[in-house]
Structure formats: C-alpha cells, structure tokens
Design a protein around this ligand. Sequence first.
Ligand code: CO
Length: 209
Amino acid sequence: MNRIQKLLLENKAWAQSKLDINEGYFSDMAKDQSPEYLWVGCSDSRVPESEITNSTPGQIFVHRNIANLVVHTDINFLSVLSYAVNTLKVPHIIICGHYNCGGVRAALSQNSLGLIDNWIRNIKDTYLLHKMELEQGRSESEKVNKLVEFNVMEQVKNLVHTSIIQQSWHDRHAPHIHGWVYDLNTGLIKELVSIKPGISIDSAHRYEF
Ligand code: CO
C-alpha cells in the first residue's frame, strides 16, 4: 500500500468510526458551521490546532502559514479574517506560535532559502525591534524562543491594527484576541497575552468609525 492509499483508507475508517457512534454525525455537520475560534498558526506539521486543543470539527476556523504571520498586505489572510469576523462572527481569535519554529530560526540566520526569504523578512523586522534584549546573554535556542514570543506579540499588534478588527470592536465589541505559544517538548500551550475588545490603540494605527 502506498502512502496516499493509506490516507484514503484511514479516512474511510475514520468516517465509519464517527457513524458508529452517531449515524447523523455528517448530516448534522454538513448543515452549517458556527466556529468559536479563528486560529492563526504555523504550518508546522507538529502543531495541529484541533488535536492539541482536543477540539472537534466545526469548532475552529483556521489560517496557517509559515511562522503564523499577520501581514497587512496578505489578501489570503485578510479574506480569512474578514470572513471569520464579519460573517462567522467568531468571539475569539488565537494567534499561536511554537518554540523552535523553523521560520523564526531562519530569520536569525544569514542563509538564503529562496523566495521564502521575503516572507521571513517580516520576522527579521521584529528581531530588529528587540535586538538589544535578544542579544543579551542568551544561548542560540533561548534567542530563537524569545523571538518566537516577540513574533506572536507583534502579530497580535498587527491584527489589532487592521481596520477589520477595529470596525468589529466598534460594531459589536468582539472578538477577543489571544497570543499563545505551543511547546513541542511538553505539548503545553503558554498564554502570552489576552486582549479585550476596545483597548487603546496608538493614533497612527487607530481608525475612527
Ligand atoms: Co513554525
């Protein structure tokens, strides 16, 4: 059996296991979605949002990219955000990074990886913002993990600075925004920040509605 056939067979077994417990499982699921969370995570295969939070299909709307970045010109991300906030009206957005992230490690090195250098550059900008603190008495892996945390905090800020979030805060006082980091070594999530709708925003990034 090749690898692709294995996946398809596993899918059949999984679907059957759901039906064994509840024969209406898929017909109910197919009707609609009403997820409670938008998850912005890293594409890393070791950080599957549903599994690490013990969630079920239908609970988490997902956007994943390399190093969980919120880039204000990324039409893909903005479309996901707009749909999650304005149509699905999710009450919570979670930006979840993870320690020892390959994208963050790449940002701290001088190696060129080709096209992806242009994506990673966003993290180099965050490194420069915190260079003094990052370079003070840290081992290489401590530096990576501290930058992972700074990167999550920066993406939370980028999210708050979008007009999509600010408009929604104005209109319906939601969503809450959470910054998390997942530890590959323990399986545990660390909460970095939790932001309630309507916190003060510096004037350069604040929109009036
Ligand atoms: Co990663």
